[in-house]
Design a protein around this ligand. Structure first.
Ligand code: HEM
Length: 217
């Protein structure tokens, strides 16, 4: 299950970019009971991908990946409009600081979204041209969504063009684990501040980690 804010941001983005008639079409095709979502309501997470599939079919000018990226961008616009960006704006001056603080960003929104089971992000390597970012979640199908989110955050909050590609997919049947290479101007981070390449991480399997991590409440 997932909070309605994700779905409501898709609806908002579709109405703004493709018009409310297109959204109406999605509502009919997918037999939604209502035309909008409650931001604090809980919904099936596969709906995000279903809506992307439906748009790809209805509009025929982009595939599912294209619309998943678009929804990631819509989410950034939406949470900014709702004022959730304030915490992000104090997370750091540079894009690398933002990358290091995505988990904290989710944690600090736990009061607003108490049932949140947020994904996990961590940076394992960085150099002056960017960083390697790991994403872990029990959910599937969000990698293109993340590419959209990262690019939109780079553009909106750091005025930077960000290039993101999937470097590796280490997912298992139980969880998603995607490794992204994120290219951006990372010369601003002083060498002393940089993460050491290939840091020694404790020898805990992801399934054990997910069992003990507090978001599983
Ligand atoms: C202040 C800004 C943010 C807020 C308020 C926020 C809030 C949320 C909420 C409420 C969910 C749904 C979780 C659930 O229902 O269990 C979610 C999911 C998610 N968030 Fe954020 N988020 C923010 C920023 C970000 C950023 C910057 C990223 C990554 C670049 C990100 C990545 C994701 C992803 C990928 C999911 C989908 C769920 C999954 O992968 O398991 N979020 N977020």
């Amino acid at each position: 299950m997932i909070y309605g804010i994700l779905l409501e941001s898709c609806r908002d983005g579709i109405c703004h970019t493709y018009g409310s008639a297109t959204w109406q079409r999605v509502v009919e095709e997918l037999n939604f009971e209502s035309e909008s979502f409650t931001t604090l309501g809980r919904y099936d997470e596969v709906l995000v991908e279903r809506i992307a599939e439906c748009l790809a079919e209805a509009l025929g000018d982009g595939g599912i990946d294209f619309y998943m990226q678009f929804f990631g961008e819509c989410f950034v616009t939406f949470f900014t409009n709702y004022g959730y960006d304030k915490i992000l704006r104090v997370a750091g001056r540079h894009f690398r600081d933002f990358l290091l603080s995505i988990d904290q960003l989710h944690d600090s929104n736990r009061f607003s979204f108490p049932k949140m089971k947020s994904p996990l992000f961590h940076v394992t390597e960085e150099d002056e041209n960017g960083a390697v970012l790991h994403y872990k979640s029990k959910r599937r199908g969000f990698q293109q969504y993340i590419i959209g989110q990262l690019r939109a955050c780079g553009h909106r909050f750091f005025k930077q063009e960000i290039l993101v590609r999937v470097q590796d997919d280490l997912s298992s049947n139980e969880y998603s684990h995607i490794v992204f290479r994120v290219d951006f101007n990372n010369t601003s981070a002083s060498k002393t501040k940089r993460i050491l390449p290939n840091p020694k991480l404790s020898d805990v399997t992801s399934s054990t980690f997910f069992k003990v991590r507090s978001f599983e409440v």
